[in-house]
Unconditional design. Sequence first.
Length: 294
Amino acid sequence: MLPHTTNTYWHEFSEISRATPSLNYFERLWAAWYAFMGNDVLATGIMSFMMHELVYFGRSLPWMIIDQMPAMNKYKIQGQKVPSKKEQWDCAKLVLLSHFTVELPQIWFFHPMAQYFGLTTTVPFPSILTMAYQIAIFFVLEDTWHYWSHRALHWGPLYKNIHKIHHQYSAPFGLAAEYASPIEVMILGLGTVSGPILWCAITKDLHILTMYIWIVLRLFQAIDAHSGYEFPWSLHHFLPFWAGADHHDTHHEKFIGNYSSSFRWWDYVLDTESGAEAQKRRRERKLAKAQKAQ
Ligand SMILES: [Zn+2]
Ligand SMILES: [Zn+2]
């Protein structure tokens, strides 16, 4: 066999399958990719960037189709505001620009940085339970970071110079999740990436697959929160502390309150909830206080 024909992805795959038959199919595909690339940073960089693009646009697409279906309009939170094709195209252009200029380096530097702190890329994979509890921790950390930095971004000068772009759409749609100034993408993206790095530095226990699944779930959360749709089967009906579109859509409509990303607890505890219901509760509280003082 000629030497260059042996250096294929599937050759690596069959070599690994022969040497370690105990690995499952997915683990063998994974190990073959890293062996084939021969450069972990490059292998992770390409895989994670492609995955990010695929999930971002792949998850936004069903929402774009739903927007074209009149029967679904009854589930739209701000029913009268369906995004036009031009709006969606303008949005996609800016999103792509920040993906290539801001997110690409962030994704690229994640691997060497996390590897420095002890990230593993090897097989076998961690157990589902390990991945689940670590991802749950990342969700809580990100939500906290998001609450405080998003709230800060609503402070006058920061709003005017950075965050205003994200608020261009008062009725959001899936694709608009990452429609923002590159500076904002960097600030908020830090919440997604620094939690796992911190975790890795302290515990020395993080597999990059856990990171991938976390990114996918976080993308789903962000895109769905911007979808503009509220269904009787939306997650927050079953998990009352889950934010979802119901929570974030109001933020876009009212411009103040509801600053967190995944959960409702920060806005609840710090009394920054937005919307008519929160307003009513605030009014009632004030009234009760005034009556007590009399
Ligand atoms: Zn905002
Ligand atoms: Zn938003």
